[in-house]
Ligand binder design. Structure first.
Ligand code: HEC
Length: 131
């Protein structure tokens, strides 16, 4: 996949909007696990699939995901999620690969995609208040 300038701009536009156009009914269910935290549950997933482009070395879209603070701050278009509202989150939709091809994260072939269970865990983290 070639990420053209135009699609990168489009990606920012889409991921930055909180009520984007995706079918929330297709999101994997929220994980039942309680006490989900960034450090314990979410950071290892980001480390595996996202740090390469959103960590110490590179900050695509001005986004870092390697600390809780940076994740909550978000990139040039904000965080892409609101506490308690995982079903409306473009961030979640992008890792669930429900957006347009170029807008899903990690980009096609550029890292390990989240499993349905991992998307559910990310949803639980958001719904439980992003601790
Ligand atoms: C191979 C590189 C790469 C990987 C890996 C990657 N991304 Fe991205 N990401 C990008 C690029 C490129 C952009 C677009 C930047 C732009 O539009 O300026 C982007 C943009 C984003 C944005 C929008 C930032 C903003 O505010 O504009 C989010 C959110 C995001 N990525 C989340 C993730 C998540 C979550 C993961 C891991 C599951 C991930 N990315 C993995 C390359 C990557």
């Amino acid at each position: 996949m070639s990420l053209k300038i135009a699609s990168a701009v489009c990606l920012s536009a889409v991921l930055g909007v909180s009520a984007a156009d995706f079918d929330a009914g297709k999101l994997p269910p929220v994980a039942a696990k309680q006490g989900v935290t960034y450090e314990k549950d979410i950071k290892p997933l980001f480390e595996r699939s996202c740090f390469k482009c959103h960590g110490a070395e590179k900050q695509k879209g001005k986004l870092r995901l390697d600390s809780l603070e940076a994740t909550l701050k978000g990139g040039s278009n904000g965080a892409g999620f609101e506490k308690g509202a995982s079903a409306k989150s473009t961030f979640v939709a992008s890792v669930a690969r429900l957006l347009a091809d170029d807008e899903n994260m990690p980009p096609e072939g550029k890292g390990k995609p989240f499993t349905a269970e991992e998307v559910g865990l990310l949803r639980a983290w958001i719904d439980q208040g992003t601790k």
